[in-house]
Structures are given as structure tokens and as C-alpha cells.
Ligand binder design. Sequence first.
Ligand code: SF4
Length: 447
Amino acid sequence: MELPISIKQDDIYTFNLEIPYYNWFYPLQYNVDDSLQKLFNNDIYLEGVKGAYIHIPFCSSLCSFCPYIRTHIHDTELRNSYVSCLIKEIKSYQRNTKPGLECIFFGGGTPSLLSPENFIDIMEAIHSVFKLSASCEITIEANAMSLTPELCSTFKAYNVSKVRIGVQAFNSQSRNLYQLKATVPDIIRSTELLKKYNILVSYDLLFGHHGQSLESFINDINLADELCPDTIEIYPINFLSVPDRYWRALSKSMTHLSARDRVLFFKAGKERLLELGYHQWSGHGFARDKSFDLLYHRCVYGTLGGLISFGPSAISFGDNYLKWNHSGIDKYIEDINSKAVPTYYARKITETESKAKRFVTELPYYGSIDYDNDITGEISEQLYKLIDSDIIYKNDSKLKLSENARLQYSSIMFYLLPEQDKEALSREILSLCAGLGGRFQGDMIWI
Ligand code: SF4
């Protein structure tokens, strides 16, 4: 069954559904081509690559809302053996001529749990395989507890440009529900530390949990702003993916927020950030500097070029091929140690997918794309419906999203998917809904 999305405009809504998936890689990871698994030829995955992603799947504690592939860190031995496997995977791409890179993103998990030595070893491996551009952007996700002067000084020595701190909230009700172990003083200390090293600071803030008031969310934005981060990213909590510990942490008095409430939270949060002088640089991101950009996201959601990724569950794509690693951490370590390569799945990217990417991800995520009358192919019918409804409009040489449409950008991503992808994503979302065994309330998807 396909999710029955259709245009239904009112004062804030653009669609009858709020798709509860906020970002995804496109093309989607399905239709494995077994012949590519047997043919291990890294060269094909490097064609068109501009960015690298390094997955660090460890956390010092597990937050209640977090769906990512990560495990509680047990000991430094496990972390060190994981890092040596990552280095082997990176070095498996070593060639006579080094491919260029314009951006590197360390995500997780908690990359700031790496020791300075781990970080140096990974960066040296990257330098031995790739030629980094002079202005290569290096971004690291961090937990406020784990940033030390030694680590920040090592980041600076390797030209790390941005650190994203998973703040999530300042108020104690949300922080307790999210089971965050870092404290507000940790956030203040780590922000000051990064500023001392001239590294850009980004905060992630979550909204839309059970029982949250709009007032407390706006107050969290105000508190974040007082610490002067360079960017603030506001995300709705994804109930389809939160683990059991979130549901167990809820108290009876915490009522469920509807999809409409969550879109209203986003609208109010956006308006407050604009009042504070930020500008919207992406679907959920707001920056003080109007020229702010994240090249890594230009690879993932835009059309800057391909991405080569390392670690369990890492997704890579180049001009023509898509590849994704098996998600198990233990299996990753076992595979690299026994056969030097991870278990992975791969397939060719179709022409339809290549053509659709600008409209499916770049336009919704950035709110506009250059337009040169090239609307053809499978998704043109949906695109023209959005244009006819003034959800997307033409302005000079650009296609732009209306301001209301930007509030539901992930629904536009879904609406514009080619048919086969829409079916595949619908299956995944509906199976996650079914797996929630009745705890899922329908209006999180259906209005
Ligand atoms: S939110 Fe970040 S720190 Fe918390 S469990 Fe997820 S990856 Fe780890």
C-alpha cells in the first residue's frame, strides 16, 4: 500500500499527511544487485565523489529518542579496534592518483568520543588516500560532555571547521525525558572552548515530544541564542524510530502532540529564529551568517557530487552506483579483520533517479533550485501539480517553495518521489507504524 498523500492547503498545511521521516538519502537503498557484491571494485564507487562520511557508532550513554546505529561504549579497546578497522576500510580505496575531497563529515554516534590519537590516525589515513581541497570542510558531531581542550586543539590542527553539539533542549523536562547526560554547564563550557579555537558551533534542538509546550520550545531557542552558536538546527522528534526507552520514559501526564501541533511548533520556532536574526539555510537549519553552507549536505541532499562513506550502515554514492554497508558493528569489525572489506550491498543508480534527485531532495531541502525549463521525466506530473497550486513557483531563473511548503519539506520530498520509490518508502513507514503495536497515534501521519 502507498501512503495516500495529496495536496490539501490551509493556513499552515500543504498536504493531508505529515511524513514523519525528515531526511533521507536519495536514491533509496533497495533492489540489491548481487553481481555487484561479488565484484569488489572500489573504483566505480569513487566516480564523481566530492565528500566523505566517517561513522563513529559509540556513545557514552544512550539518549531515549535516538534511532541511530550506535552502541554504548564499553572500553577503549573496542573503540581502538573499531578505529583500526575504519582505517583499513579507508585504505582499501588507495590508488596511484588520489581522488579529491571537498568535505568530510564525522557522524555517529559520538565522534567526539574519539581520543586525539584516534582522530589523528583517521585523518592521516584520509590524507594518505584522498587529496583534500585547500578549503576542505571538516565537520564533527559532538556531545558537550566529551569535548576537551586536547581534542579541540587536535581538531584545529587538522582544520576542523564546524562542530555540531547535540544540545536537544535546555529545559529540564525535555532533558530528563531525552535522558541526556551532558549538563547545561557542559554545553556552555564546550561552546566557549570551540569558540576559543575558532571552530564554528552548531546546536541541534529537538521539538515535538509528548507533553512539550510551545513556550518551553521557544524559551529553549532563546537560551540557545544567548550562547551565540553559529547555527541552530531544529528537528521534530521521529516517533517512528524512537527506541523503547522513550516510550518507557513517558509519564501519564505527557500528552501526545498532533502532526498539526508539530508543524505549528516548527513555524513558531522558525519565526523566532528569523526575529533573532538567523536566516534559513536548509529545511531545518538556521544560521547567523547569510553565506553559511554545509558542503556535506550539498552532497547528500544537493547535487555537489558523490559521497564515500566508512563504517557500519555507511551509505556511498557516486555518479552511477549506490553502495551501503551492513549495519552491525560487531559484524563490521569481524568482516574487516577476516576479509579486509565490510559486507555491503550495491546497485546501479537509474537514469530516473539521477534526474529526480534535484527535485526530490535539493528543491525541498534548500527551498529553491536553478530552473532551466528541464522539467521532464517521471516526476513532472507531480511537479506541475505543485506549480499549479502555487506550492512551488518560478522566480527569475529559479524554482522556489512557498514559505508554508517549507514547513512540510519532508512531505514534498515524499510527494515528488518517483512511483517505485514512493511505494518502497511507504512500505517501510507502514511497517514501522505496524511495529509500534498500537502505541503509534494515527494523526502523527494522517491529519
Ligand atoms: S543522540 Fe547522539 S549522543 Fe545521544 S544516543 Fe544518539 S548518537 Fe548518541
